[in-house]
Ligand binder design. Sequence first.
Ligand code: FES
Length: 226
Amino acid sequence: MSLRRLAPPEIQPPSFAFSAENAEWAKTIIAKYPQGRQASAVISLLWRGQEQEGWVSHPMIEAIGKMLSMPYIRVLEVATFYTMFNLEPVGTYLVQVCTTTPCWLRGSDDVVAACKKHIHAHPQTVSDDGKFSWMEVECLGACVNAPMLQIGSDFYEDLDGAATEKLIADLRAGKPVKPGPQNDRVSSEPLGGADSLKDPSLYDGSIIGKYEPKAPPPPEAKKPGA
Ligand code: FES
């Protein structure tokens, strides 16, 4: 288990403030909770702060603590407990590579190798151009399309080393990329298309109400002496 600590003081920003739009949004979120329970908004505010800045800094934790009348240490506990909060600066694209067993069995080592080659040799380190950083994460719930990675809110699935390298290169070049499977697969169907449950009547409503359960067969008579 790794320790989660705030970034060192030398890279902490001097201050934090929500943008005007996010400050308005925060007010509406805090107002949803009964008087005295404003602390319940802490995860929402930390998440919005991270969306704004890319990571959670010491001044951000202090500012959110003040907004919610929470001691600094309690906001710090939340920020350091949940791994979805980045405690260090990240690149414009944070590449989260799943390396849990199903993805590992399907080749996540090659995905990691591509990240090491084209982003940085070490995880959680911003690339020289500032555009990328990468990290290993536990199962993201898309094992059927393993191996996969997440960038922002999008999943990129059915990867191999070459597909990962191309994805990084395209993002770096500002080219459009397609989330989802990076081979010819549609969703989680078999490669080459669906091969079962293909009868259109299953989906067009034409058989609704037409199902007639068959009566169970009568029990077999017991043979004498059986
Ligand atoms: S193991 Fe990678 S998504 Fe589940």
